[in-house]
Design a binder for this molecule. Structure first.
Ligand code: ZN
Length: 305
């Protein structure tokens, strides 16, 4: 494929669903649940007090409301994140859960992964999928998430259970326990090992995307997820990832809307979301203020604008 000049950097985009940036308080699980890997990096938990920059990292609040009333939601928020289009403004409202035809069309045309790959960059979606998942989509019993549509638009093959069993994928639940229930070859791993595997995938691609929604499930108290469990797994993954990160990889953690950071209720919030960049290009994320600015900045850094 013909491509423009790359800056040589590699980017690992950690999409963590339903995580806002709020002050440290007794109501904010980020402040009350131990996150030693993050605290070791930032000098404290992932709260407003850490906004700024340190040795190889930068943390900024990103607006997720995009000028639209109501609570930010997943379908429009993720579309904005992964395309750079103001999806809530385009539709006139925040759209929950999974994209319908209009958002799917925006993702199919403007996907970050599609545009990076079209410029010759090696891109991959680290999450694995099973044949049963695709069968359910085919049968109309479920729809793809915005993140999955952004990945599918690139044309790069998705990872499967064999990749997960072989250590070449990282599932949304980090450990793989969810997949191990119905894929005999999958052995759950410790979160740190999942992080090391993700670091290896990122070392082999210019743009790697990983998605988790255990944080949003915990914020909504769905499927038995708690903030304690979700943050323990996420922080454990970060411990392994930061230890094994290749020197040229910049890790970018971002979310689509707040939720988990207010424990006193089960709804989304209008809080900003964190943009945490860790690695050699961390400073290049200075100046971003909204979630729809993430894709343009990544494309510029990949030489794929
Ligand atoms: Zn969401």
């Amino acid at each position: 494929m013909a491509g423009s000049d790359s800056t040589g950097g590699r980017f690992l985009l950690l999409f963590v669903d339903g995580v806002g940036l709020a002050p440290a308080s007794a109501d904010n699980p980020w402040a009350t649940v131990p996150t030693p890997a993050l605290a070791g990096l930032l000098g404290g938990p992932l709260t407003c007090e850490r906004v700024g920059a340190g040795e190889g990292w930068r943390l900024a609040p990103l607006d997720a409301t995009l000028g639209v009333d109501g609570l930010p939601q997943s379908a429009t928020g993720q579309t904005a994140l992964f395309t750079g289009e103001n999806a809530p403004a385009a539709l006139g409202r925040h759209v929950a859960a999974l994209p319908g035809p209009r958002l799917a069309a925006i993702l199919a045309e403007r996907s970050l992964l599609k545009r990076a790959r079209a410029a010759g960059r090696a891109v991959t979606f680290a999450n694995p999928f099973t044949p049963a998942y695709f069968a359910e989509v085919e049968a109309g019993r479920r729809r793809h998430s915005a993140t999955t549509l952004a990945a599918l638009a690139s044309g790069a093959p998705l990872r499967d259970a064999a990749d997960l069993a072989g250590g070449r994928a990282c599932p949304w639940d980090v450990t793989g326990e969810f997949f191990a229930r119905f894929e005999a070859a999958v052995e759950p791993v410790a979160p740190a090992e999942a992080g090391r595997r993700l670091a290896a995938l990122a070392a082999g691609h210019e743009l790697t995307l990983w998605e988790t929604f255990m944080t949003d499930l915990a914020g909504h108290r769905r499927r038995g997820w708690t903030a304690e469990e979700a943050l323990a797994r996420l922080d454990g993954l970060l411990a392994g990832l930061l230890e094994a990160r290749a020197p040229e990889t910049t890790v970018v953690l971002v979310s689509d809307h707040g939720n988990l950071e207010e424990a006193s209720h089960r709804s989304h919030t209008r809080n900003p979301v964190p943009l945490l960049a860790i690695g050699p290009a961390a400073e290049a994320f200075a100046g971003l203020e909204r979630i729809d600015q993430v894709t343009p900045r990544l494309l510029a850094l990949l030489g794929a604008s």
